[in-house]
Design a protein around this ligand. Structure first.
Ligand code: FES
Ligand SMILES: [Fe+2]
Length: 353
């Protein structure tokens, strides 16, 4: 009999054969790791996918942040995943920014491994050069005419308020709106931005709906429920506005939402939050949020940011978003907040599918 055979139980189940050699108790929570996979994974660290869950909504059309301006210096190329696609962002020597599909139209190399030379991103494989609009402008080893189809998929790009934004439309249409500028970004009366970044397991629309889910403020964030009579939701084309009055803190939040990816939350005399929320795919989002403070509250910046993103703020929402499903037809009752109105407005970003 070998050692291995001796360690196996009579029924041969590998599960039961896990016997701690040091005498310590075996892990009691084996639900997630499976047999022999070591200590249990803390549930909060799991990024799990369950078979049979309804799919979250698709990625909506709109402007999204791909990076902070400071992430991409002249000559840099970054690889990322956003809007369910592999993308690269690069900055040419003269400061222009391009956002392109990552895979080269020639033989499919990943342009993220390429090099910026002058105004072009050169593919690492055969050195074709692409400008910021994705056009191939040089094939260094061939005197053939550059084929018209030698273009990398390209996304319209703007750079403003410290962020590089790109336009995504599933049908390839050009932008249908502009993202407004943030006054605080230029205003010397405000602090420099305090940046907050995180990636979460969440569907973009679930996150957005949270802002008009007045009741959850009480049960998730421990605040007074918002009274619909002191709060309002209004829309203007691709923009919507929520005004929420928190009597318990004597604060009024005004949140402008500019399409599905960008928003500005202003609390007068207190703080301004410029938020970019970018879908990585249908189930994951990347946040790039900038906080601006007036002189009266800048000393409290860390405390205020913790209130917004800490255990009583964003972090309280995180497990809800991670675990919930998106209900196409939610069962709403009086007091739920203007979720139906919000969805009617949001539906425009799924056009063209
Ligand atoms: S694969 Fe990019 S140049 Fe050949
Ligand atoms: Fe919330």
């Amino acid at each position: 009999m070998t050692d291995t055979e001796r360690d196996l139980p009579a029924d041969g189940s590998p599960w039961d054969s896990i016997v701690p050699r040091s005498g310590e108790e075996p892990p009691t929570d084996r639900r997630w790791g499976g047999p022999g996979s070591g200590p249990p994974v803390p549930v909060e660290d799991l990024h799990y996918e369950l078979v049979g869950r309804p799919e979250p909504p698709p990625v909506p059309n709109g402007w999204y942040a791909i990076a902070a301006s400071s992430d991409v210096a002249a000559g840099d190329v970054l690889s990322t995943i956003a809007v369910e696609r592999e993308l690269v962002v690069f900055r040419s020597a003269d400061g222009a920014v391009g956002v392109l599909d990552a895979h080269c139209p020639h033989l499919g190399a990943h342009l993220g491994g390429g090099t910026v030379v002058g105004s072009c991103l050169r593919c690492p494989y055969h050195s074709w050069g692409f400008d910021v609009k994705g056009a191939c402008v040089e094939i260094p080893y061939s005197d053939a005419r550059i084929p018209a189809r030698a273009r990398a998929g390209r996304y319209p790009t703007v750079e403003q308020d410290g962020m590089i934004l790109f336009w995504f439309h599933v049908g390839g249409l050009e932008p249908t709106y502009d993202v407004p500028l943030v006054e605080e970004c230029q205003d010397p009366g405000f602090s420099d931005p305090y940046e907050f970044r995180i990636e979460l397991v969440a569907s973009l629309q679930d996150m957005a709906e949270n802002n008009v889910d007045y009741t959850h403020f009480r049960f998730v964030h421990g605040r007074a429920s918002l009274d619909a009579s002191t709060s309002q939701f209004s829309t203007d084309g691709p923009f919507s506005t929520v005004i929420e009055r928190f009597d318990d803190a004597d604060l009024t939040f005004t949140r402008w939402t500019w399409g599905p990816g960008m928003a500005l939350l202003r609390v007068p005399e207190f703080m301004t939050m410029h938020t970019a929320t970018t879908p990585i795919d249908r189930r994951h989002v990347r946040l790039l949020w900038n906080f601006y403070f007036p002189p009266s509250t800048v000393a409290l910046a860390a405390e205020i940011i913790d209130g917004v993103v800490g255990p009583h703020g964003l972090l309280a929402d995180v497990p809800i978003w991670r675990d919930k499903v998106f209900r196409e037809r939610p069962l709403l009752v009086r007091g739920d907040g203007p979720i139906t109105e919000f969805r009617r407005w949001y539906a425009q970003f799924y056009e063209g599918r």
